[in-house]
Every structure is written in C-alpha cells, then in structure tokens.
Design a binder for this molecule. Structure first.
Ligand code: ATP
Length: 499
C-alpha cells in the first residue's frame, strides 16, 4: 500500500494550520514525522484518517484519490491510528477492550466469548506478548497496553499503522520490545508513520524522516543520509548550539526536607533534602515510585509514616491546596487529567495557582494578569492565537507548556516538575531549561523527575535514584555517569548479574 498526501491545507477558523504538506508512506517502511509542537503533525494524521476534512490538496491511496469518512472507514481500508492517549476502559478486561464495538457474535446475536478470547490471544502471540486477556487492562503496564493497541491494529488487518509518540511512557526495555515488533511487522509488509520528538529513536527505527515546520513540510530525508543537527535546524529554523545550558547554582538553606516517608506497598523510608537554588533530579525506571512519592508530598495521596519539613518546620499537608499554601508547586506527569482545565482560557489556567497575587483592594487586576500571561506564553513560545483561546484548542506539546507556565508563574518556592520536557520539541526544551536556571537563580528549589538520563545529567545538581519504592542512592551529578545511575535504578543489578 502506498499513501501520498499532496499539498494538504487546513485552517481552523482563521488559524491556518497546514499550508501545503506533502507526505508519502508505503508498506514495509517506517516514515518518521517530526516538527515542533503545533507544527501540524496530528492534524495531518487526523486528515488522513478522515477525522477532519481538508481544505485543499489530495490524498492518494495506491494511486487512487481517496477520502475516508472517518477513522473507522480508514481502519476498514487498512490504516490504523494508535493515539498517544489510549482510551481504554481500565476496569474492563483486555479482551473486552480489544473487541469493544467489534464484538464477535454467534448466529443468535450472543457474544462469542471463546472466539474473541482465542483471537485476542492469537494476535498478542503474534507480537510475542504473553498477556492474560481476562485481566483488567488497567492492571497492565503502559508498555503492555501499547502492545495491545498494536494487536488491535493487526486485528483490523492494518497495512499502515500511525503511532503518535508511542514511547513517551515506556521503559527502556519496553521500547526495545516495541522496536522489535515494529521491525518484525515491517518485514511482513506493514508500513508505519512514526511521530516522535525523540531524536535517538528516529535514527534507530525510521527509514525516512519528514520534517514539518509551521504547517509546511520542509524536507524529506533517508534517515541514513541526514544528521541530527540538520533535523533540528529544519524543525526550529535555526541551529541550536548546546542542548543544556551551563548551571552555576548558588545554594541557600534547605527548603524542603522529607524524613522517612512511607506508604505501605508504594514507597518506603524516603528521605532527602533540597536546598534553595538547587535542582534535585529523581531518576529511576518507570513505575519505580517517583511520581507516587511526589503526589504524597503534594497532598494528593496519603502516607502512613514520616515527616515533611519546610524551612525546618514540620508541615502537615493533606491536600494540594495546603501544599500550594506552603508554596509548593507540582507539574504533574498527567497534564491532561490533572494539569489543565481544557475548556478554560490559557489565561485562566495560568493564573489559577497565583490569582491571589493579582488581587488589589479586593479587585482582580486584569491588566497585570494579561501582561503576566503573555510574558510567560512568549517565553515558552506557546503556539496559540491568543491567551483567550481554550486550552483544548492547543496541540499536545503546547498544552504542556501552558501547565509549565502555570507553575513557573505561581511563585512557588519548591517546584516539583514531573517529566517537564516530555512531548516537548527541542527548541522549547532549551527554553524550559533556561527557565529552570532562572528560577533557581531566584532561590527556588526544584525537584525534577525525569526518565531522560542525558537530561538528568545535563540539568541537575544532585540525583536521587529510586528503585522499587526506595531511594537507592543520592549522588552528586558531577560525579555521576549514565551507567552509575542506571546501576542504582536497577537495584544494583549490572549486566543482569547482581554486584
Ligand atoms: N480542533 C482545533 N481547533 C482549533 N485549533 C486547532 C485544533 N486542533 C489543532 N489546532 C491547532 O493546530 C495547530 C497544529 O496542531 P497539531 O496538534 O497538529 O500539532 P502537532 O504538530 O501535532 O503538535 P505536538 O507535537 O504538540 O503534538 C496548533 O496550533 C493547534 O492550536
């Protein structure tokens, strides 16, 4: 199968999102689609699969002009879209999720459970995945859920599979497994459109790369013929020198101290300190418990033992509101659900935690609010028509920048950032790092959870490594290496053998 998208254009109201995009993919190849947040990648895919109509251009499938009436129609013609956010019903079993709205029924109209179970097992085994199909899907890791998505695509006999940032929430091992599966399917003639901001992955898995910028396809390359530097230049429109800015931290007193924090079955005996002006990274494998520790400190989840001290004084935090009162901010990993009110404007979202600072004599100072939000939106290069549009109208990466703006602007003295650059493009990443440096220059203490080891090594002063709910070590970043952190993150297991 060969898909050709020619000179596609699309506007949402007055917002011209695509202004002439060419993109081609065929069976047996992995074609990566790259571009800054808001460049139009998802929109292009939504046009291909018929969710949106286009305003101009042509889509050819095997040389024939084609229009799909919607994702189901596209699926029937062999094009399947695996979204980043998998909309599974977590309490329902694997097999029920796989056959939702596609139930196999017998001649009496009753569900043929055995047949569905058999087929689910068959497609999962094609991917080499041993998964109990009767388990609730929510009890499986994100990596396994991703495999189920691929199995679902195979069930529809997909010839072309679109993957939107499939590795964003996967562990290293799961990524390796996913790539194995992609390579295997490629050999059987399946083609992939692969959307990702992770440069190393593109070089590992993609045969071709197309870069988009501001709604235009800039260049198409064979991956083997292009450098990372060139791709960055095409995406951002300029060269980016160093990825990570220099840090010259000046540490003040201890801002936050956690002593022997435990929650049964989740994390145990967690103790650490973070000083004013310091960036303390939390490293570890996905699922090690880093987010859970932070949720507990922020008052979202409980803990049954331990103390939290702010400026040396013990505090009792039972809700996010109380945490905010103590000037703690938390950029959650799960932005859509916890970070943004999608139907509110960008302004309302950004000023939410800091609104009290804008009230003078009982009145809200709208002018100051506007200046403040516009400054933040500009600094983070958020692609939006204005600060008044709803958060729901932004691209995924730009939504993330808005959540970050909200917390950066909140005046927090301790800022917890959970995967602050996940899903964010290279140019904006550098902006975020610069902002983090400015915050620490202003004595803010930052805790940064990150699964990106180069980022941890490039942007922190100390690294706390978590393994199975425990801190296995806190090391000085200057003396740390990828290997030493990985060793701690796997509980001291090196090359598969215990030290
Ligand atoms: N339904 C919509 N209504 C209005 N504007 C929209 C809508 N969907 C997308 N846009 C706008 O289209 C532009 C492109 O968004 P799109 O989601 O395609 O970007 P993207 O390249 O996928 O970005 P990211 O890397 O952040 O996911 C953005 O500026 C966004 O605000």
């Amino acid at each position: 199968m060969k898909i050709e998208m020619k000179n596609i254009t699309k506007a949402f109201g007055t917002n011209k999102v695509l202004e002439g995009v060419n993109f081609t993919v065929q069976s047996g190849e992995v074609h990566a689609l790259m571009g800054e947040n808001g460049a139009g990648k998802s929109t292009l895919m939504n046009i291909l699969t018929g969710l949106y109509g286009d305003d101009g251009g042509e889509i050819l499938v095997d040389g024939q002009t084609t229009h799909f009436s919607g994702p189901l129609d596209a699926e029937r013609h062999g094009i399947s879209f695996i979204h980043q956010e998998m909309n599974n019903f977590l309490e329902m079993s694997v097999v029920d999720n796989m056959f939702l709205n596609k139930e196999i029924k017998n001649k009496f109209g009753l569900m043929n459970e055995n047949k569905m179970r058999e087929q689910a097992k068959f497609y999962l085994s094609k991917l080499g995945a041993k998964i109990d199909v009767d388990k609730p899907i929510g009890s499986l890791s994100v990596g396994r859920q991703q495999m189920i998505e691929i199995a679902k695509s195979l069930m529809t006999n997909a010839k072309i599979i679109i993957m939107d940032e499939p590795t964003a929430a996967l562990t290293e091992n799961e990524i390796a497994q996913l790539f194995e599966i992609v390579r295997g399917l490629k050999k059987q003639g399946v083609g992939f459109i692969y959307i990702s901001h992770r440069m190393e992955e593109i070089f590992e898995i993609a045969d071709k790369v197309t870069v988009m910028r501001d709604g235009i396809s800039i260049n198409e390359y064979q991956t083997k013929d292009v450098s990372m530097k060139q791709l960055v230049k095409d995406m951002v429109g300029r060269e980016i020198g160093d990825f990570y800015p220099d840090r010259n931290p000046k540490f003040g007193k201890v801002s936050l101290e956690v002593q022997h924090l435990s929650e049964d079955g989740v994390f145990q005996d967690v103790s650490f300190k973070v000083q004013e002006g310091e960036i303390l990274a939390f490293s570890g494998l996905m699922g090690a418990g880093r987010t859970e520790i932070m949720r507990s400190i922020f008052g979202i989840d409980p803990h049954n033992e331990g103390k939290i001290l702010i400026d040396g004084q013990e505090v009792h935090i039972h809700s996010p509101q109380e945490a905010i009162k103590h000037q703690i901010g938390f950029l959650t990993e799960n932005r859509k659900d916890e970070g943004l009110i999608l139907n509110d404007s960008l302004t309302d979202n950004i000023v939410l935690p800091s609104i009290n600072g804008f009230v003078k004599h009982g009145l809200v100072d709208d002018k100051a609010i506007n200046e403040f939000t516009n400054m933040l939106l500009k600094r983070l290069s958020v692609k939006a028509q204005s600060a008044d549009v709803t958060a729901s109208s932004l691209s995924g990466g730009n939504q993330q920048k808005v959540v970050l703006a909200k917390w950066v602007g909140s005046g927090s003295r301790v800022l917890i950032l959970d995967e602050p650059t996940r899903g964010v493009d290279v140019g904006a990443k550098r902006e975020i790092y610069d902002l983090m440096n400015e915050l620490t220059d202003r004595h803010v203490a930052i805790i940064m959870i990150s699964s990106d080891l180069p980022e941890v090594l490039g942007m922190s002063d100390k690294i706390a490594v978590v393994y199975e709910g425990k801190i296995t070590g806190i090391v000085d970043t200057k003396s740390a290496t990828q290997e030493s952190v990985m060793t701690l993150a796997t509980g001291g297991v090196k090359d598969g053998t215990r030290n």
